[in-house]
Design a protein around this ligand. Structure first.
Ligand code: 8GP
Length: 799
């Protein structure tokens, strides 16, 4: 949009006065932020309205991305950037004596997701709007986001994230579009007199779902999509018998809290209720909108909408869409089924079996009696149809209802036309191993969509320093098409450009060093290698392997204080699920090891270990631009894709990684010689599984370095750890090291040595860094969403 600085300043001052009855000299940060957001909202509201109008008139097919998690982070700067007014607003504010970066700090992170899956959903929201696709989000407006992590005495402590306390200026409450959701009670079918069976209900619990819309603004275009988040409320006309505190409490609980666990499946009723809540609300709204705007035959809805099931949490979309079509809109079973399969598609985000949801049959039957009937019928019809074609074993292995449980992944695969993994290796594993039986039956449904990242947030906003160097070197077209970064290759031997890249990195390191000083009171050397591992804490991600290597370096230096090493700062950021004891023990150990090393005068500046608490999107935006190395060291086959690996690459960090997830494609794109590859391959891991011949205890007993490192967890060397050290020691030596940490240790140490050697040659290092940046184009989520749009959703971008 077009905006002059003068106009902006006038708008801002007027709004400040009308909104808060104050002026520039008296306004606090909160008021400044709220005013700025309000002005920005005014700027985009006409584009948003116009785009909605256009869609209704043109009636093109739209996609809806159903996800129980989103992780947008802060929206102020990204809205400014996408509207094309970031610089104007920054300058205008500066004229008024206001620093935009200071104002931006006031905005709380919108953290209504746990990790990779939620962040991916938000990258997709940005990319879908920026590439002009009509595609909207659908989720839950949790009152409390992912817990705030405090580190107290080395331990993770979880505090509530009350992010809505000061309101949320971006959202619009649409009370007129509220819908009702029903739970429990009894259901029976009665003939309607015309030969149709219609459901009748008794004693259902009623909940009102109210949508809050947040605009997803496209980058310098006219597309504004909608992220619809639902809040649960008590219906106004509630029966007297339900008007009690308990009911009120239960109702508000539905959208109160994000399920804080992204690893272990825990069958809790509330979670299942949440899943049905946002699925039913979202589908009801879509159907109503279709009826209202298109006024076409409901049986043609498959030509106008696509619904995406992001992981299994929204898998109830399948039976709920059937219910709505059949019971509410009078469509016959067969037509409804064909439409459902055509409309739905599903992404799998993990092969960890504990994350594949299953719900006890009784629970579904009691909570969602009509949906249960429909699921039973889907299962029955499918079994009858497939038995003669594919035989009993395949049918049994792929049934939705099995062993008294409803298998949500099975429901999602059967009720949709597309199932995809999120990186090549992961998609292959789904076809060949994890979902092989489904692949035998529906080979055409399986495909790969390698993840991507919203490059605008992950470089233009978070790394202005590097962005500036790129602009000057290769022009600005990369800001619209990330593939244009490949122009940088021409400069790989240009000393001047390499120097500029180094300087940009150095400045970002200074910025992070200041933050570390402020938050952790640790002074770090900006010349040191900044070696970063930031992600959820999981055993399979192997933060522990990183820790063992740090201890090795530490003992090497204790033995030989004059050893010639390149100084390193090891930086961690990680939240552990509150109930994940082992992960929390690792956090405690990292913190105690950090204390031990940082305060050891023998070590001096050579190693520093920093655990930054409360890792979230905003912190990632500070850390990643400053990283020299990104640690992507999961056991091969376990990390479905990873996306921080792509963010590091974009910011010129080199990857220390295993042949897992999207690392493989990163190495392919940027060259193994420009990164550090180590560890078992997926085939070697599966070979161990087949033979059962891994023996971690042998490594512990036979490798003196490993022996010394592991003993330090239990012999008092690492101070202040008690059961935590023992827990980790036992997991490796007694419980046989589930994720092959010890097996990969030697090769990891070797790769770390290679890394250190390369860093000694700054020109060679920076050249490798440049090659990573130059080859990152394919990891833009603009590319990923185009693939979804073309191959799965069949939607077209606005010209
Ligand atoms: C994550 C995967 O672990 C990560 O490799 C991938 O990059 C990301 O999804 C996006 O595709 N998976 C999850 O976050 C996840 O499975 N969460 C559990 C709630 C299911």
């Amino acid at each position: 949009m077009k905006l002059s600085k003068k106009q902006f300043k006038q708008d801002f001052e007027e709004r400040l006065a009308s909104k808060f009855a104050t002026n520039l000299t008296k306004a606090g940060h909160q008021e400044t932020y709220a005013t700025l957001a309000s002005v920005v909202k005014h700027y985009y509201s006409s584009i948003w309205t116009a785009d909605n109008q256009y869609r209704d008139e043109v009636g093109k097919k739209q996609a809806y991305y159903f996800s129980i998690e989103f992780l947008p982070g802060k929206l102020l700067k990204s809205n400014l950037l996408n509207l094309g007014i970031l610089d104007t607003v920054r300058d205008g504010l500066a004229d008024l004596g206001i620093d935009l970066d200071e104002v931006a700090k006031v905005e709380p992170d919108m953290a209504i997701g746990n990790g990779g899956l939620g962040r991916l959903a938000s990258c997709f929201m940005d990319s879908l709007a920026s590439t002009g696709f009509p595609a909207n989000g659908n989720g839950i407006r949790y009152r409390y986001g992912l817990f705030k992590q405090k580190i107290i005495d080395g331990y993770q402590v979880e505090l509530p994230d009350s992010w809505l306390d000061n309101g949320n200026p971006w959202e619009v409450r649409r009370a007129d579009k509220a819908v009702e959701i029903n739970f429990g009670g009894e259901v029976w079918l009665e003939d309607d007199g015309k030969g149709k069976l219609l459901p009748h209900y008794k004693n259902q619990e009623r909940v009102l779902a109210v949508p809050y819309d947040t605009p997803m603004i496209g980058f310098e275009n006219t597309t504004v999509n909608n992220m619809c988040l639902w809040r649960s409320e008590v219906p106004q006309d509630l029966d007297l018998k339900f008007q009690n505190l308990d009911y009120m409490r239960q109702t508000s609980m539905l959208s109160a809290e994000l399920y804080p666990d992204d690893s272990n499946y825990d069958g809790r009723l509330l979670r299942l209720k949440q899943e049905y809540f946002f699925v039913s609300a979202g589908l009801q709204r879509i159907l109503r909108h279709y009826k209202f705007t298109q006024k076409k035959d409901i049986r043609r809805i498959g030509d106008y909408i696509a619904v995406h099931i992001n992981d299994t949490h929204p898998a109830l979309c399948v039976p709920e869409f059937m219910r709505l079509l059949i019971d509410e809109y009078g469509v016959g079973w067969n037509r409804a089924w064909d439409t459902t399969v055509k409309v739905m598609s599903y992404t799998n985000h993990t092969i960890l079996s504990e994350a594949l949801e299953k719900w006890p049959e009784d629970m579904v039957k009691n909570l969602l009696p009509r949906l249960y009937q429909i699921i039973v019928e889907i299962d029955r019809r499918r079994t009858a149809e497939l038995l003669p074609k594919v035989g009993a074993t395949l049918v049994h292995n792929t049934r939705i209802i099995k062993d008294g449980q409803i298998h949500m992944a099975n429901l999602a695969i059967i009720g949709s036309h597309s199932t995809n993994g999120v990186a090549k290796l992961h998609s292959d594993l789904l076809k060949d191993v994890e979902l092989h039986d489904f692949y035998e039956i529906y080979p055409e449904r399986f495909n790969n969509k390698t993840n991507g990242i919203a490059d605008r947030r992950w470089i233009q906003i978070s790394n202005e320093r590097l962005s500036g160097v790129l602009d000057e070197t290769i022009g600005k077209t990369w800001r619209h098409n990330l593939n244009d970064l490949s122009l940088l290759k021409h400069f790989k031997d240009d000393e001047k450009i390499l120097k500029q890249l180094q300087m940009a990195k150095y400045d970002n390191k200074l910025r992070l060093a200041a933050l570390i000083q402020e938050r952790n009171g640790i002074t770090v050397n900006p010349e040191a290698i900044f070696d970063v591992q930031i992600k959820r804490l999981h055993a399979y991600k192997r933060q522990l392997l990183n820790v063992l290597h740090i201890l090795k370096l530490y003992f090497d230096l204790k033995d030989e204080p004059d050893l010639d090493v390149v100084p390193r700062v090891f930086i961690f950021g990680a939240k552990a699920a509150p109930g994940y004891h082992y992960a929390k023990s690792i956090i405690k150990c990292i913190n105690e090891i950090a204390n031990m090393i940082n305060n050891d005068s023998d070590i001096d500046d050579k190693i520093k270990v920093v655990f930054l608490e409360n890792y979230n999107v905003s912190l990632a935006e500070m850390i990643i631009p400053a990283a020299n190395v990104g640690e992507q060291i999961s056991l091969a086959s376990k990390e479905a894709s990873g996306t921080s690996n792509m963010k590091f690459m974009l910011n010129g960090a080199l990857t220390m990684g295993t042949l897992d997830g999207a690392n493989i494609e990163i190495f392919e794109a940027a060259g193994e010689e420009n990164n550090f590859v180590f560890g078992l391959t997926k085939d070697e891991v599966y070979e161990y599984y087949r033979n059962g011949n891994y023996n971690a205890r042998d490594i512990y007993e036979q490798n003196p370095i490993v022996y010394r490192i592991l003993n330090s967890f239990i012999d008092g060397t690492i101070p202040n750890i008690k059961s935590e050290g023992r827990e980790i020691f036992d997991s490796l030596t007694i419980y046989n090291d589930e994720y092959f940490v010890l097996r990969d240790f030697n090769d990891y140490v070797r790769a770390q040595k290679d890394l250190e050697n390369l860093y000694r040659n700054q020109t060679a290092w920076t050249k490798a860094s440049l090659m990573n940046i130059a080859n990152v184009g394919r990891f833009s989520s603009d590319r990923t969403v185009r693939e979804y749009a073309d191959d799965i959703w069949y939607i077209k971008a606005k010209k």
